[in-house]
Design a protein around this ligand. Sequence first.
Ligand SMILES: NC(=O)c1ccc[n+]([C@@H]2O[C@H](COP(=O)([O-])OP(=O)(O)OC[C@H]3O[C@@H](n4cnc5c(N)ncnc54)[C@H](OP(=O)(O)O)[C@@H]3O)[C@@H](O)[C@H]2O)c1
Length: 214
Amino acid sequence: MKRIAVLGSGKVGEVLAGGFLKHGYEVMRGTREPAKLAGWKSGAGTGASVGTFAEAARYGEIVVLAVKGGAAEAVLELCGADTVHGKTVVDTTNPIAEKPPVHGVLSFFTTLDQSLMERLQQCVPAAHFVKAFSCVGNAQMVNPALPGGPPTMFICGNDSGAKAEVRTILDQFGWETEDLGAAEAARAIEPLCMLWCIPGFLRNDWVHAFKLLT
Ligand SMILES: NC(=O)c1ccc[n+]([C@@H]2O[C@H](COP(=O)([O-])OP(=O)(O)OC[C@H]3O[C@@H](n4cnc5c(N)ncnc54)[C@H](OP(=O)(O)O)[C@@H]3O)[C@@H](O)[C@H]2O)c1
C-alpha cells in the first residue's frame, strides 16, 4: 500500500483521509497549522499523522490536493515542487469564485479555455495531476450507497500510470471510473461541480452523484 498525503484540513481532506485509513493505507494530512488537526489525529488511530503541507507532500507516495481552489497554487508553492516530483497528485479542487451563487449557480474564477488543473499542472510540470472527486459532495466520496448503484467518477490527466493508480483507489472507494483523457478535459469536469450543487442550493438536496449510462 502506498503512503498517502492528504493536503487539506477541510471536510474533503477529512473524508478522503478517513477513506484511505479505512482501506488500510497510512495517511498524513497537511495544513498550514498542524496543531488544529491534533484532535483528528488522536481519533483516527494508528496510520494517521499530521504535518505541514510540505511535510505531508514529502511523505506521500500519492498526494491528494484537497484545498480551496483559489489557494491551490499557493499550497503547491508551500510544498515545493521537489516534494511532488514524479508523483500522482489527485486533484479534488474546484475553482469556485468568492461570490454567492446566482439562482443556485456558482461562479468560477477560471474560463472554459483553461481549467484550474491545467494551471496546477503548469505550476509543477513534473507532477502527474489527475482530476478526481471534484464532481461530488464529500458525503458521497467514499463508498457511496445510493439506490441507483455505483456512480461514475470522471477523471482526466496526462499520465496513464497516474490515472491507473487513481482508478485502483476509485475501485476501492466504490466508484465506476470514466477516463476522459488528457488534462484539458478538466475544463469540462470542473464545471460538473456547478451542476452538482444546483439541487443543493435550490432545494437543499445534496445526496446525489453522476452516473454515465451507455
Ligand atoms: N466540500 C465538498 O464537498 C467538495 C466536494 C468536491 C470538491 N471540493 C473541493 O475540494 C477542495 C477542498 O474543499 P473543502 O470544503 O474540504 O475545504 P476548503 O475550505 O475549500 O479548503 C480548506 C483548505 O484550503 C487551505 N487554504 C485556504 N486558504 C488558503 C491560503 N490562503 N493559503 C493556503 N492554504 C489555504 C486550508 O489550509 P489550512 O489547512 O492551512 O487552513 C485548508 O487546508 C476545494 O477546492 C473544493 O472546491 C469540495
